[in-house]
Design a protein around this ligand. Sequence first.
Ligand code: XMP
Length: 201
Amino acid sequence: MTSNETKSDPLAGATTLLDPVELHKAVSHVGRQINDYYGEKELTVVAVLHGAIVFTADLIRELRMPVRIETVTASSYHRDARRPGDLVVRMEEKQHLRGRHVLLVDDILDTGGTLSRLREEIAAFEPASLRIAVLLDKPSRREVDVHADFAGHEIPDLFVVGYGLDLDGRYRNLPQILALQPLESDDDASASDTAAENGAN
Ligand code: XMP
């Protein structure tokens, strides 16, 4: 359990959902599933920046087949760091994916909007296969029909940070996953109408 005395600190009252040992087990579990599924086939891992960097770095070291790495940036324009906004996708050299076995890797599957959009964009380049791996899955929040082929942990509807996951760009470096206190109410969030670009992914 992690707590903080300062009220304005977003980590105040946060609790540890997954500690480093549990994270290591979860990553190994996902790695085994991927090894079993692909065998010796070469895999092109596409990491969704920035959230998936830590998970991807650990995951690829569990993989036994030849691996190539690409990245895609998915960022949202939104006024509240905990709520999704309009997605902006940037990826160099999508042509590299044609005919490859592509594994899209993200930190968390939440509403499904991000991975469904990315899946659609990558599918247009006709990979040999396209699968999704996530560390965390929040099935109760799903709004779009997308599922993870390989997943570490199902979690309840909590906002989490650490191990690559951020709040307003911070806390990605934490070695554990913390669950933050729920927001007070939607009315509080709509009080601010300043749109800001935030690379929350
Ligand atoms: P969607 O809703 O598109 O969300 O499936 C995927 C992206 O939203 C971010 N996200 C979170 N980031 N804590 C975070 O730090 C969370 O609890 C959380 N839920 C969603 C994340 O970037 C993910 O790629």
